[in-house]
Every structure is written in structure tokens, then in C-alpha cells.
Design a protein around this ligand. Structure first.
Ligand code: SF4
Length: 155
């Protein structure tokens, strides 16, 4: 059972980062997981039905998205926002979104990714304020296979 009551002292008093959501055992949930997109650059067989097209999506701008998260954070007081997807690197302006989330006062920003685009994105994301990264290593072989195939095709 999730209690999202806003009458806790953490919300009534001074701003605090004590999370509001708690379960019946009194455990508080510090992570707000946000799915940025239903798209992924990979098509793992256990995730994507065979022949399924990539979903069409209109992405909210970083400013719009950050404002929504700021409002959620104001109510829920999560200490960490974790960006997921399917694959969050498919969001077109990811470093800009991270920067805006920092500006919006999110204490800690994290991301879970398949790691495919990290070589290009890790630096800009770190500069923008991303603090924590989970790479799903079970997907590394897919990236590796792609790399081997690309190098074979170019030789
Ligand atoms: S990398 Fe993850 S999200 Fe992408 S297809 Fe594979 S399991 Fe699904």
C-alpha cells in the first residue's frame, strides 16, 4: 500500500528532502523513476516482439519535462530522479534535460542505460550534472556484436 499523503511534517514545514511516499511498513521511497521514452536503439528478443516497429513519439522539450519533474519533486520529495526508458539516450536533448533538472533543484540525477551511446554522451551528461549511471551489462554483447560486424563490413 502506498501512502502519498501530503500532511507529513516534511511537506508542511520547511522544504526538506524527506520522501513522502512510503509503504505499509513505513519504508520511504527516495527514487523517482521516469521513463523518458518507449523507444530503444536495440531490439532484444525478450523485450521487443518480432517485427514490432519503433513507437512514434513526440518528446516534451527539456524545459517542459524539467518543470513537470520539479512539480512532482515539490510534492513527493524524492532525493533521486532516475531516468530510464526503455532507453533514455533516445531522448533527443538528454544533456540539456539533465542540466535543467539540476537547475530545478533535483538533488541527485541518475540514469539506467544499455550503454550503447555512452562513448559520445558520458562526458556531456557528467558535465550537465548526471551523478550516477547504471549500465545494463547484459546488453554489452549486443553492442560488441554490432561493433564487430561494423568493423568486418568496413574491412
Ligand atoms: S536494451 Fe533494454 S530496452 Fe532496449 S530492447 Fe534491450 S531490453 Fe529492451
Amino acid at each position: 500500500m502506498i501512502d502519498t499523503s501530503l500532511t507529513t511534517p516534511a511537506v508542511k514545514g520547511k522544504p526538506s528532502f524527506e520522501p513522502v511516499i512510503r509503504d505499509a511498513a513505513g519504508r520511504r521511497f527516495r527514487d523517482l523513476r521516469l521513463s523518458l521514452t518507449a523507444r530503444c536503439n536495440l531490439s532484444c528478443v525478450y523485450c521487443v516482439p518480432e517485427g514490432a516497429p519503433q513507437p512514434r513519439e513526440r518528446f516534451a522539450s527539456p524545459a517542459t519535462h524539467a518543470e513537470r519533474v520539479r512539480r512532482l519533486h515539490e510534492r513527493l520529495r524524492q532525493t533521486q530522479v532516475r531516468q530510464t526508458g526503455r532507453e533514455p539516450t533516445q531522448y533527443p536533448e538528454l544533456p540539456e534535460l539533465v542540466r535543467r533538472l539540476r537547475e530545478a533543484g533535483i538533488p541527485r540525477i541518475a540514469m539506467t542505460t544499455n550503454g550503447y551511446f555512452l562513448e559520445r554522451l558520458a562526458g556531456p551528461l557528467a558535465q550537465a550534472g548526471l551523478e550516477s549511471l547504471n549500465v545494463s551489462v547484459e546488453f554489452a554483447p549486443w553492442a560488441y556484436i554490432e561493433e564487430v560486424r561494423a568493423s568486418e563490413e568496413s574491412s
